[in-house]
Design a protein. Structure first.
Length: 281
């Protein structure tokens, strides 16, 4: 089962069935500013932070699952372009999840005790976390803003360059694979692989062979480990995030709870052990 992508997909399918599908509710900023007592203000503030945290973790997992399905569909239909595009989308998706969730998961764990007290409506001190809030907003709403939109929306809505997300993982094999996929998606000689070959005598041959299946197999065998490991960069933190929400165990967030069966793959996962120690400090 080493570096089995089908195993990871089976985990994602199972987790999808355990994630609560829920409607989220946020109050307008003007209404929030009118709250004049700390317990209610903190309850509203932190319950909305945790709702955004749930959105981010849940959609991270569901998005990865969808990219796996796109990869599988392209592979089964012997479509080299589709297969490469789906893998590239997966790498970008996982990097985005790791970048954003990686910046909020430990700060939330570090403030776990206060968050629980706040959501139970018992907080006597005001604690705000603008960086957590902005990172979650960036993950959910981030996109390439047009010039007119840049004047209408805060900078947290503006997506960063893909390279920023990829660099957060900082992995040479990931960079190598991503570069290869970009050359297939963009105009380059590598994009001609399905229908043109280079010859030993510096010549070229335009052929009519169906070699997409061979190209897909070759790409997968060379990069299976990288695809697997990059998936873990999104899957692990996302599951840990949902488990943190479960650990809050407060009635207000009951609808956000995930079936505990979803977390069986975290039993030997080092990240969760570190988070649990942080929560219990």
């Amino acid at each position: 089962m080493e570096y089995s992508l089908s195993y990871l997909y089976s985990v994602l399918v199972e987790v999808d069935g355990y994630i609560s599908k829920v409607a989220y509710k946020f109050i307008p900023e003007e209404q929030f500013k009118k709250i004049d007592n700390i317990p209610e203000m903190q309850l509203v503030y932190w319950s909305e932070i945790i709702q955004r945290f749930h959105i981010s973790n849940a959609t991270s997992l569901l998005r990865v699952k969808k990219w796996y399905e796109a990869m599988n569909a392209a592979y089964d239909n012997n479509n080299y372009y589709g297969f490469c595009a789906a893998i590239r989308g997966l790498l970008e998706s996982c990097s985005d999840s790791f970048y954003s969730l990686g910046r909020v998961i430990f700060p939330i764990a570090e403030n776990f005790k206060h968050i629980k007290i706040a959501i139970d409506g018992k907080s006597q001190k005001a604690l705000f976390a603008e960086e957590i809030e902005q990172e979650l907003i960036h993950y959910i709403f981030g996109r390439k803003l047009s010039r007119s939109e840049q004047d209408m929306f805060p900078s947290s809505h503006n997506a960063k360059q893909v390279r920023k997300y990829l660099d957060s993982i900082d992995n040479a094999s990931l960079n190598s694979l991503y570069s290869e996929l970009c050359q297939i998606s963009h105009p380059s000689i590598m994009s001609f692989l399905p229908f043109m070959m280079e010859l030993d005598d510096h010549g070229l041959t335009l052929h009519n062979e169906r070699i997409d299946n061979e190209l897909n197999k070759n790409l997968l065998e060379r990069h299976r480990k990288t695809i697997y490991n990059t998936t873990i960069y999104a899957l692990g933190p996302s599951l840990c995030g949902l488990k943190i929400i479960n650990k809050l165990n407060t009635p207000l967030l009951e609808s956000l709870k995930t079936n505990e069966k979803a977390f069986k793959s975290l039993e030997c996962y080092g990240l969760w052990s570190s988070i649990e120690q942080t929560i219990n400090c």
